[in-house]
Ligand binder design. Structure first.
Ligand code: 13P
Length: 293
């Protein structure tokens, strides 16, 4: 089945309002037609959602990075899916490995958050992935199967759910699985979805790869069977890198322009991580003016 690739940026705990200038760069590139045939998504910190939506307007969706299972209540510091929806989000990431590790979120919690996303009318991006030890022990597919079974409620559709395969050991490390390993994981996820939700749904849910996606490896990773897009961390913080990844993404046949072989605008290195994030402020005033008026 032909699925339009989804290229999604997860800014994690990075970004101040001045970083909106990066989104202006993405918006400008999209308006120039450089991202044809792709669906674009940026998940900034919640503090930036509203302004990001203003800047990206119709060229890209915005999403949250987590949500609480409940719609409201006495949960200091939490954010409800309904609140994300209220400021224009259409997606929310749930079950990211950093939240599983830092906040003790297990599969049951991820399932509840997925249901909360659906309740609010958001598409849930459900993250799964094995640790280095689990891969070394040959447990990768078992782990993915357990996470899928526990994290996905009944009722998955192609529009309410995206799955992101993010090997924990590949996140922020500059290391990536081989294309054979990605193919094996994504093929397994596709088969698992088909078995549980039927052929039509199972074949039409988009499967993203995440973990050290950079301009110089995007074409290879995104050419693997059943890879329908990417969830990008560090390289999504700079407009030039995000745009270069988009330009390197093979288009689904019949979706927008045919694939272009373009040179990356910049080549990221392992040092190109979140700690280096220093947005260019020069266009700040103009971007705020254009995006928020
Ligand atoms: O965790 C990720 C996206 O959710 C991936 O992060 P990096 O692209 O920085 O490895």
């Amino acid at each position: 089945m032909t699925l339009t690739p989804l290229i999604a940026g997860n800014w994690k705990m990075n970004g101040l309002l001045r970083s909106l200038t990066e989104l202006k760069g993405i918006s400008d590139a999209a308006k120039e037609g450089r991202m044809e045939g792709l669906d674009l998504l940026i998940c900034p910190p919640a503090t930036m959602l509203s302004a990001s939506r203003g800047i990206l307007n119709r060229v890209a969706s915005v999403g949250g990075q987590t949500c609480h299972a409940q719609a409201s209540g006495a949960h200091t510091g939490e954010i409800a899916a309904e609140m994300l929806k209220d400021v224009g989000a259409t997606y929310v990431i749930v079950g990211h490995s950093e939240r599983r590790a830092d906040n003790g979120e297990d599969d049951a919690a991820v399932r509840a958050k997925t249901q909360a996303a659906w309740r609010a009318g958001l598409t849930a991006i459900v993250c799964i992935g094995e640790s280095q030890a689990q891969r070394d022990n040959g447990e990768t597919l078992d782990v993915l199967g357990t996470q899928l079974a526990g994290s996905l409620p009944d009722g998955v559709t192609a529009t309410n759910t995206v799955i992101a395969y993010e090997p924990v050991w590949a996140i922020g490390t500059g290391r990536t699985p081989t294309t054979d390993d990605v193919a094996e994981a994504h093929g397994f996820i596709r088969q698992t979805l088909t078995d549980r939700f039927g052929n039509d749904t199972g074949e039409s849910v988009r499967l993203l790869y995440g973990g050290s996606v950079k301009p110089n490896n995007a074409t290879e990773l995104l050419s693997v069977a059943h890879v329908n897009g990417a969830l990008i961390g560090g390289a999504s913080l700079k407009a030039a890198d995000f745009i270069a990844i988009c330009e390197a993404t093979p288009r689904a046949q019949g979706a927008g322009e045919p694939q272009q072989q373009s040179q990356p605008a910049s080549v990221a290195t392992d040092e190109d991580n979140f700690d280096d994030f220093e947005p260019d402020l020069s266009e700040l005033e103009a971007s705020l003016q254009n995006g928020l008026d």
